[in-house]
Design a protein around this ligand. Structure first.
Ligand SMILES: [Zn+2]
Length: 114
């Protein structure tokens, strides 16, 4: 799970956007996860930030916290949701961050030939 203070700031920002909705919709921490307190209205809001916030609230209410991960590449700030069966995914993208780190490790491990 990402840093707790970052999570708290993110929830505060998300709930500030959700305050603009006609219905009361809040996200709160429940143990290691999140819970959504009410259902969003069925109509689409013209406010794109509110539509994104509603989708985020839906997602946060359903996700498993252990599957929300930060990419293992120290140079990458991306978060991803690990949907693998055994929750073993380490990279935001194997083709980008995974291969870059594997290539860097290979170059470091390869003996220098002169
Ligand atoms: Zn990455």
């Amino acid at each position: 799970m990402p840093e707790e203070s970052g999570v708290a700031r993110g929830l505060e920002a998300l709930n500030a956007v959700l305050d603009g909705a006609r219905e009361r919709l809040r996200v709160r921490r429940v143990g290691p996860g999140f819970a959504r307190d009410s259902e969003p209205a069925p109509e689409n809001s013209p406010d794109p930030a509110l539509r994104v916030a509603r989708r985020a609230a839906d997602l946060l209410g359903r996700l498993e916290p252990r599957r929300l991960k930060q990419c293992a590449n120290p140079g990458c700030d991306l978060l991803f949701y690990d949907e693998t069966r055994n929750a073993s995914r380490r990279w935001c993208s194997v083709s980008l961050c995974g291969n870059r780190l594997k290539q860097a490790r290979f170059r470091l491990a390869r003996p220098v030939v002169r």
